[in-house]
Design a protein around this ligand. Structure first.
Ligand SMILES: Nc1nc2c(ncn2[C@@H]2O[C@H](COP(=O)(O)OP(=O)(O)OP(=O)(O)O)[C@@H](O)[C@H]2O)c(=O)[nH]1
Ligand SMILES: [Mg+2]
Length: 614
């Protein structure tokens, strides 16, 4: 039996390769409206209309076959058959953005020159039409000597025809010589071909052009960006409340019901005080996570995110980074792991290293529960101006503190360890699009699922272990269970170290399991106070926020927040940094400098707050 044929999707960044890959294979690769989303190859199965199954590979976007960054290198190697352990593709599907034809044709010619059986997917014809372009695919097919199929990946248009063409793909039929021409000739040819294929062009760009003039204005642009962020953080608190309250009530009900139904035993206490109190205390933040990501996904899909990157470029250049670092840093607001992986699209190695090292300072979604629980307990829910909630404002300040800290560190590094000039900004602006509801729903569902899975696995496990360590050995009469326990003893040791920055024993206790994942800080506090409450019914009924208010002062709470802005409390981030930098040197450095920063900022916050009489 002959081996399964391989088909690879290639093209410029943001052409819609992953969207096409998803449509053809049913996969759920991340797609977003800016270049550099895919940084690793990914394969799936696709059955051609002839019934033949083929292996389809989605590749990172590239501008040329001479790679300038690690992700482009993957693409170049795979299509040349130089990727270790991977067979050379039999058919190439070259994906073009129809509304950006001339530019995309340059790379297409370079790929065609390889002489492999190829098919062109003229994608995004809907956007081209919207912009008033009428294209003739037949002219392009004639000029390039390969089949050209018009597609709209996100509406599954043209997929059958594309499958047909892949099944029949053969050598190029006649067409101009492509092999021995250089980049300049390719550009000239691309201009001529695009000119011939575009039948008519009415300038309907006006609205988008004026939108860009407004959003990219050097003065108004950053203000608008800040305004949008402001609304986002207000919404995270304001809109989530009813949902969070309902969730909290359900968790409380479950806790009480289990406690009332099961006979008194260690197992019952493990279930109620450990699992339900601990994991439940994290799950109640699901609505806030979903709201935050709804905004992020909408900004990504609409094309605004790329504009924000452009705006940030000046600031990034100021600290010695390029705008290319923006997308990785932005992904780090979800989680530093995909963020650090996204740095593969950064050309300059020192630029890339700096970006990796500061990525953990972007506020990942695991910090949101920690911030939210402390803010809800200690920051009054008042307005500091018309419609400006204080809680949302504090949250925004915490996010900004991370960003500013990162910028300061980048500046320091770029003028010492990773010295070098900032490279220029070369990202192209994607077109504005209305976010599609279905994509948003899938994206939100994926984020929610990641969050719930963490709650069900790592947070669950760490909570159970902590509960056991809190319950043994058993306290003698008159002694508090937490004081007597193993966990309490360990925490008392650590408390000596963190006392100077205002932390008490319980806070120290929360920091250790939170090394596994930051949200665990919340579940640890909930479990600790549930165990501490023992059989005292009033204390048991008290919600975590009330427990915190009763036991912590405001300066302590603020110091705890400041700690979490910087502390590198996430094993997976350290692991991925080791992988991406090929060694232990940089992850160790990252751990040390972030802990030092966290310690100093918590201490400074605490002592200033105390001095201010808070
Ligand atoms: N209107 C329209 N939008 C599309 C089409 N195909 C893709 N998109 C959108 O274009 C954007 C980019 O799509 P991706 O599939 O992420 O592009 P890519 O080529 O994989 O990009 P990289 O991974 O960065 O190289 C996304 O916002 C998609 O929703 C299309 O045919 N029509
Ligand atoms: Mg992609």
């Amino acid at each position: 039996m002959s081996r399964q044929r391989k088909v690879a999707l290639v093209g410029n960044p943001n052409a819609g390769k992953s969207a096409l890959f998803n449509a053809l294979t049913g996969a759920r690769q991340k797609i977003a409206n800016y270049p550099g989303v895919t940084v690793e190859r990914k394969s799936g199965r696709f059955v051609l209309p002839t019934g033949e199954p083929v292996e389809m590979t989605d590749l990172p976007g590239a501008y040329g076959l001479d790679p300038t960054s690690p992700d482009e290198e993957v693409t170049s190697k795979v299509i040349r058959g130089a990727f270790e352990g991977e067979a050379v593709p039999d058919v190439l599907v070259i994906v073009l953005d129809a509304s950006n034809l001339e530019q995309h044709l340059v790379f297409a010619q370079e790929v065609l020159a390889l002489g492999k059986p190829s098919v062109i997917a003229l994608n995004m014809v809907d956007l081209a039409e919207r912009d008033g372009l009428v294209l003739d695919a037949a002219v392009l097919a004639e000029e390039l000597g390969v089949p050209v199929i018009s597609t709209v990946a996100v509406r599954r248009r043209g997929l059958a025809e594309l499958g047909e063409a892949i099944a029949n793909a053969g050598q190029r039929h006649a067409g101009p010589g492509l092999t021995d021409i250089g980049p300049t000739e390719r550009r000239v040819a691309a201009h001529a071909m695009a000119g011939a294929a575009i039948l008519s062009e009415s300038r309907q760009y006006r609205l988008h052009a004026s939108l860009d003039r407004l959003l990219l204005n050097p003065w108004l642009g950053p203000l608008i960006l800040l305004g949008i962020l402001f609304v986002v953080f207000q919404a995270v608190f304001a809109w989530a409340t009813p949902f969070a309250d309902a969730l909290e009530a359900s968790v409380g009900w479950l806790h009480d019901t289990v406690k009332a139904t099961l006979p008194e035993s260690l197992l019952r206490d493990l279930l109620t005080d450990g699992v339900i109190s601990g994991v439940g205390s994290v799950i109640v933040f699901l609505p806030q996570i979903v709201i935050l990501f709804a905004f992020i996904l909408a900004m990504e899909a609409s094309g605004y995110m790329a504009r924000a990157a452009f705006l940030m470029d000046r600031m990034m250049a100021g600290v010695g980074l390029s705008g290319r670092s923006f997308i990785p840093l932005l992904s780090s607001f979800a989680c530093a792991i995909p963020g650090i992986m996204a740095t593969r699209s950064i050309t300059d190695p020192k630029d890339r290293l700096t970006t990796i090292l500061i990525a953990p300072m972007m506020t990942c979604s695991a910090r949101l529960p920690v911030y939210a629980v402390i803010i809800a307990a200690f920051i009054p829910n008042t307005n500091v101006g018309a419609g400006v909630g204080l809680q949302g404002l504090v949250l925004l300040v915490l996010y900004l503190a991370g960003v500013l800290g990162a910028m300061a560190v980048a500046l320091l590094m770029r003028s010492s360890m990773t010295k070098g000039a900032a490279s220029g900004f070369i990202m192209e602006m994607p077109k504005y699009q209305m976010p599609r509801l279905k994509d948003m729903a899938i994206g939100l569902w994926q984020r929610a699922w990641i969050f719930l899975r963490r709650a069900g696995t790592i947070i669950f496990m760490v909570t159970v272990v902590l509960w056991l360590m809190l319950n043994f050995p058993k306290a003698g009469p008159g002694e508090s269970q937490v004081d007597a326990s193993i966990a309490g003893k360990i925490a008392s040791g650590l408390a000596v170290v963190v006392e100077p920055i205002g932390f008490n024993r319980d806070m120290a206790l929360a920091l250790i399991p939170a090394m596994a994942a930051r949200e665990v800080a919340v579940s640890s506090l909930a479990t600790t106070y549930a165990v501490d409450a023992g059989d005292n019914e009033d204390e048991q009924a008290a919600e975590l926020g009330d427990q915190l208010k009763a036991r912590w002062t405001l300066p302590m709470a603020l110091a705890f927040l400041a700690w979490f802005v910087f502390a590198p409390q996430c094993m997976s981030t350290i692991a991925v940094t080791r992988r991406e930098t090929n060694g232990w040197k940089w992850p160790t450095f990252m751990l040390v400098y972030l802990f030092v920063l966290a310690y100093i900022s918590a201490g400074v916050t605490y002592w200033i707050a105390v001095a201010a009489g808070l």
